[in-house]
Design a protein around this ligand. Structure first.
Ligand code: HEM
Ligand code: HEM
Length: 186
């Protein structure tokens, strides 16, 4: 059983946490809105993809920040440490695999176009040295990004994570969730 007394959560960690939650909601909403409620002929199809890409990249950036600013896990149990490690890993690997699986330029913040992975000279050289087609190299990354990573692993981990937070709050009745909500144990 995990140790119950939580370490204080800094305002920075707390704000980053809820910002990532908010951005991730936007990432999923825009992805599924685009897939199920638009067609390739509509302009909203492109706009929702732009929102998806930018919110997804921000999830990656804020996750790096959250890792840098994170608390030491201290007396937390191994399960809590493992789930934190797995969550952060996926929050980085999913945007990274998105980039590595893409073949078109990325529209950033409505102003800049970032070369896709397939256009980066070093990536092209590496792939040709492996005697592979770029599309063959990119396929597993695209599959991880769109299916295994974001439709299976991340939702499963988030469900466990939220269940653990509610378990701490309602069954163990400790300060873990309150601390993350900014109430009480600061
Ligand atoms: C944590 C961040 C991210 C999550 C959870 C995520 C999740 C997803 C999901 C679930 C889909 C598939 C939707 C469907 O079934 O139709 C998707 C599609 C897509 N994502 Fe992401 N994504 C993230 C970040 C990114 C980033 C950073 C980029 C760009 C670098 C990106 C580019 C795309 C593209 C281009 C598609 C559409 C692929 C297609 O329809 O062929 N995503 N994403
Ligand atoms: C999009 C979904 C979510 C993601 C990706 C996520 C991710 C994370 C991560 C990475 C941490 C570790 C923070 C750190 O100490 O560095 C964390 C902590 C925490 N999260 Fe979430 N979270 C999500 C949703 C939620 C929700 C909905 C709740 C509340 C019901 C919640 C409650 C907590 C609590 C209480 C902690 C502190 C755990 C501790 O003290 O070890 N999270 N979350």
């Amino acid at each position: 059983m995990d140790v119950i007394t939580p370490r204080p959560v800094s305002a920075c960690t707390r704000n980053l946490h809820w910002l990532i939650v908010l951005l991730l909601s936007g990432v999923y909403l825009s992805a599924y809105y685009r897939s199920y409620l638009t067609t390739q002929l509509e302009v909203s199809n492109w706009y929702s993809l732009v929102v998806h890409i930018n919110a997804g990249l921000l999830v990656g950036v804020f996750s790096v920040l959250a890792i840098v600013m994170r608390r030491r896990s201290g007396r937390r149990g191994w399960l809590a440490k493992l789930s934190k490690f797995a969550l952060y890993s996926l929050l980085l690997l999913i945007p990274l695999s998105a980039y590595m699986g893409l073949g078109f330029k990325l529209p950033i913040a409505g102003h800049w176009m970032l070369d896709s992975f397939a256009q980066v000279p070093a990536a092209r050289q590496f792939v040709s040295e492996q005697n592979m087609l770029m599309i063959t190299f990119q396929e597993p990354f695209a599959l991880f990004h769109q299916e295994w990573g974001s439709e299976v692993l991340l939702p499963a981990l988030i469900a466990l994570h939220v269940a653990a937070a509610l378990y701490h709050h309602f069954i163990l009745r400790d300060q873990t969730l309150r601390a993350m909500l900014g109430r009480g144990a600061d």
